[in-house]
Design a protein around this ligand. Sequence first.
Ligand SMILES: Cc1cc2nc3c(=O)[nH]c(=O)nc-3n(C[C@H](O)[C@H](O)[C@H](O)COP(=O)(O)OP(=O)(O)OC[C@H]3O[C@@H](n4cnc5c(N)ncnc54)[C@H](O)[C@@H]3O)c2cc1C
Ligand SMILES: NC(=O)c1ccc[n+]([C@@H]2O[C@H](COP(=O)([O-])OP(=O)(O)OC[C@H]3O[C@@H](n4cnc5c(N)ncnc54)[C@H](OP(=O)(O)O)[C@@H]3O)[C@@H](O)[C@H]2O)c1
Ligand SMILES: Cc1cc2nc3c(=O)[nH]c(=O)nc-3n(C[C@H](O)[C@H](O)[C@H](O)COP(=O)(O)O)c2cc1C
Length: 612
Amino acid sequence: MTTKSPFLLSEQQTSLLETLISEMEQPSLLWTSGYLAGLAMAQRRVSLAVKPQEAAAATVAAAPVAKSTLTILYGSQTGNAKRLAQRFAAESEAAGLSVQLVDVADYAVRKLKSETHLFVVISTQGDGEPPDSAREFFEFLHGKKAPKLDTLQYAVLALGDSSYPDFCGVGRKIDERLAALGAKRIHNRGDCDLDIETVAEPWWVDTLNLARTALAPAGSVAAPQQNANVIPLHPSASAWNRDKPFSAQVLENQRITARGTDKHIFHLELSLEGSGLHYQPGDSLGVWHFNPPSLVDNVLATLGVSGDQTFTHKGETFTLRQWFSEKLELTRLTRAFLVEHSSRVNAGVDQADLQAALAEGARDALAAFLGTHQLIDLLKRFPANWTAETLITSLRPLTPRLYSISSSQTVAEDEVHLTVAKVAYDAHGEAHLGAASGFLAELPADGQLPIYIEENRHFRLPKNADRDVIMVGPGTGVAPFRAFLQERIESGAAGRNWLFFGAQHFDTQFLYQTEWQDALKKKHLNRIDLAFSRDQQEKIYVQHLIEKQGAELYAWLQNGAHFYVCGSTDMEKDVKAALLKAIAQHSGKGDEFANAWFAEAQKEGRYSRDVY
Ligand SMILES: Cc1cc2nc3c(=O)[nH]c(=O)nc-3n(C[C@H](O)[C@H](O)[C@H](O)COP(=O)(O)OP(=O)(O)OC[C@H]3O[C@@H](n4cnc5c(N)ncnc54)[C@H](O)[C@@H]3O)c2cc1C
Ligand SMILES: NC(=O)c1ccc[n+]([C@@H]2O[C@H](COP(=O)([O-])OP(=O)(O)OC[C@H]3O[C@@H](n4cnc5c(N)ncnc54)[C@H](OP(=O)(O)O)[C@@H]3O)[C@@H](O)[C@H]2O)c1
Ligand SMILES: Cc1cc2nc3c(=O)[nH]c(=O)nc-3n(C[C@H](O)[C@H](O)[C@H](O)COP(=O)(O)O)c2cc1C
């Protein structure tokens, strides 16, 4: 194929480019287009940096006023949607479009009716809930005050994880609602699973082309618009990120639950020396792991293949052992994979349980099945016609796991600390491990770990250090509160600190007990309430203590205290219910008041959660 040079290249350059691209497959072509856009932007930045006034004047003089501005709105809990939206915005700008990038948390919803072109990049959290940052926008959009959007053109990229029953539910609902309000969909929604790029990349290539046509007629260059909440398109990117992790040295890896409990929780200390990485209390650490070697052996043996054979997939060649150990998810299944597996199950094998999970509308059965089956369980319970090669092409790429950072950098300086519960259990007649937590538990004290910082700006200490904080963190949920307290002590914050902690047993699982006791003694920690669930006949959970301490808790809240919860999703739901009950009762104003108080507190960042 010969292509005409797009007016800027010499004949020789065109010929070189054609030779290069003629050998490329689609993924390489897509990557190269992004790479070149990035280079173009970097050059533009350099020229701006050299002569800012001249460059700005030239841009304004040359720029015919754009027809409209493209708004890229993102809603992200753990950074994926944010990363994509930032890239889309930068590439739109490089393509000459007028674009503004906005975190949905900062979006003035009244502006929606005057938007003309809107791209939404949003994840699904909880049980089909929007990210915390997007709750207000989501409610506004679905409420009575949502405006008619007849003049809006839009596209939605939904992020999710198909191992959850409500896959990409929030993106789907926003897409449907915008259409119902009269907006015109310029491109079909993309639903991204954990291998995000597989869907995001082609979706974006198409969507950008459509946006070019809609927004920037040939030859026009867009004039940037001013908006206080617009994020700079070129955030100062850290040298280390999810795709380019820093190799941190392990300084310490110590089990902090005592012998005599089968709960294995580890305190890890990692060195950030030389990385230039910074974090704040509330941030998480992304960690890349390998699958457990015993599991990889088990999968290879079940397939009856040697790990030394090589296989090439999507242009990459690895041994089968490498594919299963370093490249693919073996422990988290999805509905789509179950469907494929079911179609391959050998004749005569009873797959009633699998079929029940896949039945139309069987949401709970599916969630229960996915929560109790790893790949190996499926292969053994329902033997099927897989080869190593077909399996490799059907499994999702390995994804990093997040862990709440349990240190304050003000105190730990070049270190970052984690509190990790090892997932280990027996099921279907075999011992199982969680892939990442199993890997972390075994990390030797001089090993290396690929990591990156995942910012969480919705889980932050109060800006006003005089404010009190109430922290609810049972189990490993206590991790960020260790960081919070370290920071409050170091900065001399005047506000009071109250911790609710819970675990199964006082004797063996009271995480960081001496640190809390020391802080209590020094009056850095003003209150601690402890719920040891299995030290007596009846269960005692943190929410029971919240109810019990309702009067005092309400007094703290009235005094402006910020309330934080971290840990399992189910626990947070129960804690929220207990909090609402306490407010309703001790305000004397009932449920309606409590609900209104809660909505306001969430909006103002006085109720924040970090759940998993
Ligand atoms: C923002 C954030 C912060 C987090 N912070 C922390 C933290 O500070 N500390 C911490 O320990 N974790 C934390 N997590 C959770 C962590 O990211 C991992 O999800 C967790 O360690 C499990 O991952 P894994 O790879 O070990 O298990 P996976 O390999 O993902 O295994 C999970 C799979 O194993 C199966 N399974 C698991 N348990 C059982 C069981 N009991 N019975 C049957 N089947 C089961 C299920 O199929 C499940 O899908 C956090 C998560 C998020 C999103
Ligand atoms: N796959 C699963 O089913 C599952 C379930 C829980 C946690 N996890 C994972 O296991 C890891 C470590 O867990 P963890 O050590 O942080 O915490 P955890 O051991 O699950 O819980 C800590 C404490 O919270 C209690 N608890 C359980 N359910 C609660 C609820 N609804 N409300 C309030 N308290 C509750 C526990 O009591 P009891 O144990 O006595 O009930 C225990 O005392 C996390 O990665 C988490 O995601 C997985
Ligand atoms: C606690 C939790 C709950 C989740 N719930 C869902 C869900 O119900 N449906 C879904 O499709 N994805 C769910 N996900 C997966 C996320 O949407 C997915 O990881 C996405 O890439 C996150 O994007 P973000 O980093 O921009 O928030 C959940 C993830 C977490 C951590």
